[in-house]
Design a protein around this ligand. Sequence first.
Ligand SMILES: C[S@@+](CC[C@H](N)C(=O)[O-])C[C@H]1O[C@@H](n2cnc3c(N)ncnc32)[C@H](O)[C@@H]1O
Length: 318
Amino acid sequence: MASNPAPILETFRLDYTTHIIGRSLIVHADCLEWLGRIPAHSLHAIVTDPPYGVKEYHFDQIEKRANGNGGVWRIPPSFDGHTRTPLPRFTALNAKERDALERFFLEWSKLVVRALRPGGGVFIASNAFLAQLVFSALVAGGLEFRGQIIRLVRTFRGGDRPKNAEDEFPDVCSLPRSNYEPWGLFRKPLPNGMTVGDCLREFGTGGLRRISETQPFSDVILSERTPRREKEIAEHPSLKPQAFLRRIVFAALPLGAGIIADPFMGSGSTVAAAEALGLPCVGVERYPDYFEMCKKAIPKLAALQVESDLLQPALLDL
Ligand SMILES: C[S@@+](CC[C@H](N)C(=O)[O-])C[C@H]1O[C@@H](n2cnc3c(N)ncnc32)[C@H](O)[C@@H]1O
């Protein structure tokens, strides 16, 4: 890993507390403010895992989770005797909270459109229950919907019998047991009359990087729950696995060059994936403890060898 960030990353520090890791930069800030202050058209792509329901990462909810004190984080029902960690209950969001969620992603989308180069890609994690709300808001904000990437992973969501009527309706579940995580794929619209080829030439954006000469990027990715060795490095409630993120980050820069941002960095797993691939990334996190966590977690996560490195020889050539 290089010891200095790409000089262009200086642009993204502004007056925030920042830290350099390899080629990348991490910023302690609220991303709505940060996105509105960085130069327009300065990012090539965004790869991010936002707070799906917005509310679960409000400071009071993070504290409630840490104190085992309820809030939106609940322990899922156990069906095999194993202890579970708390998960946010998105089905518990009321109409007002759903409105707030739409407004949040609408505002975020407008700021992203401003910050991205034309043709810049956005890869954003969601869940099956909330994706429709979030994705509509992103389109209303000016992003172009380009499809979804299906991360095949068995979570502990859904599949429960109707609440307080479990015994009465033992053969019913109110939502399907979730076996995938949808990632929305969006793009800042190409300028009028421009083809993808023109956009690649002028802005280095507009398409997705192929896995190899014979393998295009695919929208279904076989994944797994985040491995324990990664969770031991970064104790964040929503840590995403390196094997999956490295595939996404690789695809996000069609020409293998440019700047990726993760505005909801958490423990820095996207930045780590970029570092592992030798690409510069800017991560932004608002919660001070998570920002601090990133400083140690990113170099360790980036140093791991993971399955996708082996499956994709092209990655090893970088
Ligand atoms: C779902 S988590 C991301 C986890 C990350 N993918 C990982 O693997 O560690 C979302 C993160 O966004 C942060 N966050 C929420 N709102 C934010 C905002 N407005 N600006 C910056 N960070 C924010 C939360 O504190 C949380 O750490």
